[in-house]
Design a protein around this ligand. Sequence first.
Ligand code: ADP
Ligand code: MG
Length: 290
Amino acid sequence: ATPTAIMVGTGNGAKAGILIRNAEALERAGKIRTLVVDKTGTLTLGSPTVTDIVPAGGSDEHTLLRLAATLEQGSEHPLAKAVLSQAASTGIAPAAVTRFAALSGKGVSGEIDGAPYSLGSPALAAERGLNIDQTTVARLQQQGKTVVVLASEKAVLGYLAIADALRDSSVGAVKRLKAMGVEVIMLTGDNAATAAAIAVQAGIDRFFAEVLPQDKAAEIDKLKAQGLVVGMAGDGINDAPALVAADVGFAVGSGTDVAIEAADVTLMRNDLASVADAIDLSRATLRKIR
Ligand code: ADP
Ligand code: MG
């Protein structure tokens, strides 16, 4: 595109809350045929709440929530915030934790009163050789909820289901992107059953689930290796390598500084429709030179 077209395009973008880093990003955006979208915080609101507390192995709701909140004190994860605010609103004060560890993409662990506990994905519990109630887990996941498992060293003490609602704008934005010839693929560290339920709600036909934070960029590289021009939209620190790997990375809305730094385009509005706007803007800019 001509320098004038680029300037006009960039200026129009800025007016619409679409901040484009450079001319190359503006030109590439219009060629995107595949858009990978982070689930948590991008498709969904990113403010999950605890919806179900299911004790197991002789535990009770109060104990389960107290132990879970105790472990989550040291975590920055949105799921941790959900657990801590549920505990607070039920008047449960977390206890002290030692040997705390955050297990990236899996959960948290630590010792309470000298005994080890873990809280995390069903995959983490399985990894630790724990026996999971698959029926309970599957029932909750089919509702689009994330299930985390609280366990002692030897036994599962219960399950917490945590729901994160879709943004109102997500369904319309996905529909619009599809109509523009852009395939939308959801990317998440969450399990496949939860991902499938959310994908159906959002109108998304394809997703990559149970992807560890360090593997997200590799999923983008695989798509690029198929010759596709790939966009990636996300907001988290976890998403930064994938935003860099993509042909065009979009940092969405209230995104972290790390995501914004990694991205080619920053969207002021926390809304997937802005990605569609950016692609439209690029296509219009490219048309002006032909
Ligand atoms: P996402 O791609 O949705 O941001 P993450 O990679 O951050 O997902 O986490 C993947 C999964 O690991 C979560 O769905 C959850 O099961 C588990 N997990 C990660 N962090 C925590 C935590 N602090 N507490 C409980 N579970 C966690
Ligand atoms: Mg995330």
